[in-house]
Design a protein around this ligand. Structure first.
Ligand SMILES: [Zn+2]
Length: 471
């Protein structure tokens, strides 16, 4: 009875808070908070936090896909200027494509960039610069009508989560490129204009925050995607490759970011993005933002809402954006070994508490990744292979062989639907809560070999939980 009353109390509070916010939201945004036919929506608490602690005036604000990365709906810079006339403009007057605006400092930097671009023979073409919350609602809805909610969630930022709302970010193409059809078509990064921007934008204080992930690059190139497929999501940012999306952070910050990127391991999966750099600068607990729950990503999302589309969600943040500790460490319930063609398959059932963190390698039927005898690196579907070192706070399934005492193989605590392409970063991600079945394919393991299964936590010794003999 006491519990029931408490729940009603929370519901009433959420409704009252949500209702007050809803009145201030444009109609197109409240559409996003109502479930579509497939049950997809965004909780009001994640879409519109009037009390967001993010300071949009800060050139280094961390605005990303995570619940913590949202600007307040009413945030708009007060030093916007019209990019054509360089005269002050009110936010409500800046409606792309008719009028493009940036904050004064970013606008001056853009003018210099545009002049250099023209001198190099490329005519700059800005298709979008500052977009306020209301315009972002329309932008997101346009993507929804083109390809559905989940397609929109991959291609566009949710309102409040767009760097365009900062007034320091623009989508910049060359005029020649826009004449060739849909401007978002693949290939801009490797076009002459795209290459020029990649090489020169940073010297004017602009960064491409959504580069092509190193695992997705053709060897030796930073702009050509494997199989020409630029639609793969970058696990570091949650966005696809956007060589036209430029964010102004100033020359000084660019210099520090370049040094950090250089030290991180350029052209390897450890190469950091601007978002990771800014998060580290802010002292964020996690190096990448976990995206807001929207019903398309329930096994890999975070939320402030107790009643969101993914309840119980993978990660539930407290009001200050922190992740409460899980109730217990993952427990192995059972394990079994079987043969499937050349592969030995381990099937493990693991009890995972909500708010548990894990990380790659993500070994699933879809991932194409598998253990090879003696291997210490994971072979990915992309053809590359690499090691996945232990990460603070993260749990994994550990597998060892015989009495050697080591654990050469680890598997992430995620469901079978997770795509192996999400392997590409060394940061904790949400483990799937509940009783999880993890299947690990292995090659080159002889019949009779002893297989050990345990739970690994960060750098601690692995806790042995099961042993069996390979059939
Ligand atoms: Zn953009």
């Amino acid at each position: 009875m006491r519990r029931a009353r408490a729940l009603i109390g929370i519901a009433a509070l959420a409704l009252a808070g949500g209702g007050a916010i809803a009145q201030d939201l444009p109609a197109r945004c409240t559409d996003l908070t109502r479930a579509d036919a497939a049950g997809r929506f965004v909780a009001m608490l994640d879409l519109a936090r009037p009390e967001s602690p993010l300071d949009g005036d800060d050139l280094l604000a961390v605005v990303d896909r995570s619940p913590e990365g949202a600007l307040a709906p009413d945030y708009r810079p007060d030093d916007l200027v019209d990019l054509t006339t360089m005269r002050p403009a009110r936010a409500s007057q800046c409606t792309p494509p008719a009028r493009q605006c940036l904050r004064r400092e970013a606008a001056h930097a853009y003018r210099e960039l545009a002049r250099a671009m023209r001198d190099a023979g490329h005519v700059p073409h800005v298709t979008s610069a500052f977009r306020d919350y209301r315009v972002q609602c329309s932008t997101f809805q346009r993507w929804v009508s083109r390809g559905g909610f989940c397609e929109a969630a991959q291609a566009s930022a949710l309102p409040g989560h767009s760097q365009h709302q900062l007034g320091t970010t623009l989508d910049l193409f060359t005029y020649a490129w826009t004449l060739g059809g849909d401007k978002f078509r693949p290939g801009f990064g490797c076009s002459e204009g795209g290459r020029w921007l990649a090489e020169h934008a940073e010297s004017f204080g602009f960064v491409v925050p959504y580069p092509l992930h190193p695992d997705h690059r053709v060897a030796g190139s930073t702009c050509a995607a494997i199989d020409g497929d630029e639609a793969r999501l970058d696990p570091r940012t949650g966005y696809r490759y956007e060589p036209w999306h430029l964010r102004y952070v100033g020359r000084e910050t660019v210099a520090r970011f370049r040094a950090a990127r250089e030290a991180s391991g350029p052209d390897t999966a450890a190469e950091i993005t601007l978002d990771q750099f800014l998060r580290a600068h802010r002292g964020a607990a996690r190096p990448v933002g976990v995206p807001v729950c929207d019903g398309c990503n329930c096994d890999r999302c975070a939320t402030y809402a107790p009643d969101g589309p993914c309840a119980p969600p993978a990660w539930r943040l407290d009001a200050s954006g922190h992740l409460p500790a899980p109730a217990h460490a993952p427990r192995l319930r059972s394990a079994a070994l079987s043969r499937r063609g050349p592969e030995l398959v381990l099937e493990a059932r693991i009890e995972v508490a909500p708010n548990t963190a894990t990380h790659g390698p993500i070994v699933t039927e879809r991932s194409g990744a598998w253990y090879a005898r003696g291997a210490r690196e994971v072979r990915l579907a992309s053809g590359t292979s690499r090691a996945f070192p232990a990460i603070d706070g993260a749990h994994r399934l550990a597998i060892g062989f015989g009495d050697r005492g080591d654990w050469p193989w680890h598997a992430a605590l995620v469901g079978p639907d997770r795509d192996g392409a999400e392997n590409g970063f060394d940061a904790p991600i949400p483990a799937a809560p509940g009783v999880l079945v993890v299947r690990v394919p292995m090659r080159g393991v002889r019949a009779g070999t002893e297989v050990r299964v345990g739970i690994a936590h960060a750098h601690d010794p692995v806790a042995l939980a099961w042993t069996g003999a390979a059939p």
